[in-house]
Design a protein around this ligand. Structure first.
Ligand SMILES: *[C@@H]1O[C@H](CO)[C@@H](O)[C@H](O)[C@H]1NC(C)=O
Ligand SMILES: *[C@@H]1O[C@H](CO)[C@@H](O)[C@H](O)[C@H]1NC(C)=O
Ligand SMILES: *[C@@H]1O[C@H](CO)[C@@H](O)[C@H](O)[C@H]1NC(C)=O
Length: 436
């Protein structure tokens, strides 16, 4: 591409309207193929698990019949490896004919008939990450139109085999092209993950204007190491990441791997808790046909989902990193409520952690607590009450906290406190400088 066409594209992009189509005011929930099923295209020897229309129909059936849909899990998402190696005579992407014999439009109808939504995958480069045909700049408009004509509801736009200039041009261009189709389509941009995830290489204001969500960091793998690494990276960089999130604009720490092979029950609770605190998309990548009851209970935990989907859409933060390797995370929620997560990075035994709400910057007052994973309640707590939580190794205690019997004055003060959340964070940081 010559400099003059770059200039032309930049001129087009400067006219780009935000992709503010009212979608994804809370983080998306659903299921995605990648982490669990990767690029398994062996439908001959592995027909249950290969990337083909049967897999997505199976998962749609499970979402509807096993209680997922009513909890909000509504997206069925195709990842890489769905296309044929060639575009069709009109230059459009087409699905692999042997694995998707009915085509994507028919699959979309199947999914829509069940009250669900379909997500698809493309890549801004010459090829996708698994070397299927990409969507370079000159194919962006046609691919957006093709997806819309099939009834696709969501696009994950990956960034393999492309460079930073192509990203800068292509991600806004796809936003505009999706908008121009007239079909509301959720737009997930992998852009920041390819630029190191942090300013100045990443402009989160711009991302918030053109994408509904974005992958900031490495792909998740089926292990606690991977989950812990992701949690750590997001917390270490929260000053840049946390303010970027809000209704319609989400950081995406990648899929939930709960129900696979790599996490213990306690580690699975930790992933669910932290994804709720981070206002992260709840996109499972597991085999819904074959899920044990503990994984199901964690993924279907109503309070964890409620916290994740809170309408204020304020991403939480890590408040404390103790020398004991206990970390405390906090997320403010609507109705003057909040959530606390106590996470243990220890590997010895359950740890008794003593603290008070006042130490965690709560205002004076009386509170009640609902423990998200044990369903027990704690009453008669005021801000200065010293309490103890027992946190299992690599596990969490997760609390939903709400003020008890508030006077009108208290309600006003708490509202005011929530509006001032940024200042609270700053004040807290200043006071706890030694530990943060
Ligand atoms: C397109 O963008 C405009 C301006 O942000 C918005 O009002 C409209 O809802 C968008 N339409 C679609 C289909 O995304
Ligand atoms: C980031 O993007 C916003 C919104 O498009 C823009 O106003 C701002 O100038 C950009 N910041 C930088 C440092 O480029
Ligand atoms: C807070 O609760 C503790 C017991 O947990 C009690 O001793 C104390 O008096 C209470 N403080 C206030 C201000 O109510």
């Amino acid at each position: 591409m010559g400099p003059s066409s770059v200039a032309l594209l930049l001129a087009v992009i400067s006219l780009t309207a935000a992709l503010d189509n009212g979608m994804l005011k809370t983080p998306p929930m659903g299921w995605m193929a990648w982490e669990r099923f990767r690029c398994d295209i062996d439908c001959k020897d592995d027909p249950q698990n290969c990337i083909g229309e049967k897999l997505f129909r199976d998962m749609a059936d499970r979402l509807v019949e096993d209680g997922w849909k009513e909890l909000g899990y509504e997206y069925v998402m195709i990842d890489d490896c769905w296309t044929s190696m060639q575009r069709d005579e009109q230059g459009r992407l087409q699905p692999d004919p042997s694995r998707f014999p009915g085509g994507i439009a028919k699959l979309a109808r199947y999914i829509h008939d069940r009250g669900l939504k379909l997500g698809i995958y493309a890549d801004i480069g010459s090829h996708t990450c698994m070397r299927y045909p990409g969507t370079p700049l000159d194919k962006i408009v046609i691919d957006a139109q093709t997806f819309a004509s099939w009834g696709v509801d969501y696009l994950k736009f990956d960034g393999c085999y492309s460079n930073p200039i192509e990203h800068m041009l292509g991600y806004p261009l796809m936003s505009k092209a999706l908008n121009a189709t007239g079909r509301p389509i959720g737009y997930s941009c992998s852009w920041p993950a390819y630029e190191g995830g942090l300013p100045p290489n990443v402009n989160y204001s711009l991302l918030g204007e053109i994408c509904h969500l974005w992958r900031n960091y490495d792909d998740i793998q089926d292990s606690w190491d991977s989950v812990q690494d992701i949690i750590g990276w997001f917390a270490n960089n929260q000053d840049d990441l946390q303010p970027a999130a809000g209704p319609g604009r989400w950081n995406d720490p990648d899929m939930l791997i709960i129900g696979n092979f790599g996490l213990s029950v306690h580690q699975a609770r930790s992933q669910m808790a932290l994804w709720a605190i981070m206002a992260a998309p709840l996109i499972m990548s597991n085999d819904l046909r074959n899920l044990d009851n503990s994984a199901r209970a964690i993924l279907q935990n109503k309070m964890a989902i409620t916290i994740n989907q809170d309408p204020l859409g304020i991403q939480g933060r890590r408040l404390l990193q103790e020398k004991s390797r206990i970390e405390v995370f906090w997320r403010p929620l609507s109705n003057s409520a909040s959530s606390l997560v106590f996470l243990s990075h220890r590997t010895d035994m359950p740890y008794l952690y003593h603290t008070s709400l006042a130490k965690l910057q709560y205002e004076p007052g009386n509170y009640e607590v609902y423990d998200v994973f044990t369903s027990s309640t704690v009453k008669g707590l005021n801000a200065t009450t010293v309490f103890t939580v027992s946190i299992n190794p690599t596990g969490v205690v997760m609390w939903y906290i709400y003020p008890r019997k508030q006077s009108r004055q208290q309600v006003e003060r708490l509202r005011h406190q929530q509006r001032k959340k940024t200042n609270v964070f700053r004040k807290f940081k200043a006071e706890h400088h030694s530990v943060l």
